[in-house]
Design a binder for this molecule. Structure first.
Ligand SMILES: CC(C)(COP(=O)(O)OP(=O)(O)OC[C@H]1O[C@@H](n2cnc3c(N)ncnc32)[C@H](O)[C@@H]1OP(=O)(O)O)[C@@H](O)C(=O)NCCC(=O)NCCS
Length: 189
């Protein structure tokens, strides 16, 4: 049966455009490189990142992760940037796209040494602006555990309005967590 809807972002637009480098003042969003592997292992050895991202990483897994991140762009699965600062890898920002439906889910972490300087909100704002203005998405949303107030601050500072709480929605290593849902809408922001 024919659909009444056309894809909001047509298949092939994201994968066909090549991953951009996005500059945002003190932070720079760039594609992942094999040289990031050591810094990735260090990031995923942080218990706070392990708690909220539910994994650790060996060096070989980090290399595979970089390969998958680069392939993910071409295949239009998660679009992931390294957040680079003057002193090296500062973090990661990812958009998991649902292109035909016009929305994506954002996820991020920042290494312990770079926290508290507004890196995550700036990276989130920058990737979202690109997703609206260049890719043509309509909505970007994110979820964080109600036990992670720092992530709630990131969302609010990046202009992601709070939309409610999903009860007992996501399993973390210590059990089920209630999740706050936040979003930015292209036409509103
Ligand atoms: C949540 C996180 C991404 C914030 O990144 P950031 O670049 O430090 O963001 P900000 O500088 O805007 O700080 C956000 C909040 O973190 C807290 N914070 C400030 N300095 C901090 C520090 N040195 N260490 C830890 N948290 C700090 C504050 O509550 C701050 O809010 P405020 O600006 O209203 O005071 C980062 O703490 C992180 O990676 N945490 C572990 C992984 C994670 O939680 N990922 C998100 C899963 S949804």
């Amino acid at each position: 049966m024919p659909s009444f809807l056309s894809p909001v972002v047509p298949p092939g637009r994201l994968g066909g455009m090549g991953q951009p480098h996005l500059d945002a003042g003190t932070v720079h969003l760039r594609p992942w490189r094999n040289e990031d592997a050591e810094a990735l292992v260090a990031a995923y050895s942080d218990p706070v990142i392990q708690q909220w991202h539910c994994r650790s990483m060996t060096f070989d897994e980090a290399l595979q992760w970089v390969t998958d991140a680069r392939a993910g762009w071409r295949d239009e699965t998660p679009a992931s940037w390294a957040i680079a600062a003057d002193d090296g890898l500062a973090g990661r920002i990812t958009l998991r796209p649902h292109l035909a439906d016009g929305w994506a889910e954002a996820a991020y972490w920042v290494v312990a040494a770079a926290r508290g300087r507004g890196v995550a909100p700036l990276a989130l704002q920058t990737a979202t602006n690109w997703a609206f203005q260049v890719l043509g998405l309509h909505r970007v949303e994110l979820e964080h555990s109600t036990g992670n107030p720092a992530s709630c601050r990131v969302a609010l500072k990046a202009g992601f309005a709070a939309e409610g709480t999903k009860r007992s929605h996501t399993l973390h290593p210590d059990g089920w967590h209630d999740m706050h849902l936040h979003a930015r809408i292209a036409a509103i922001n």
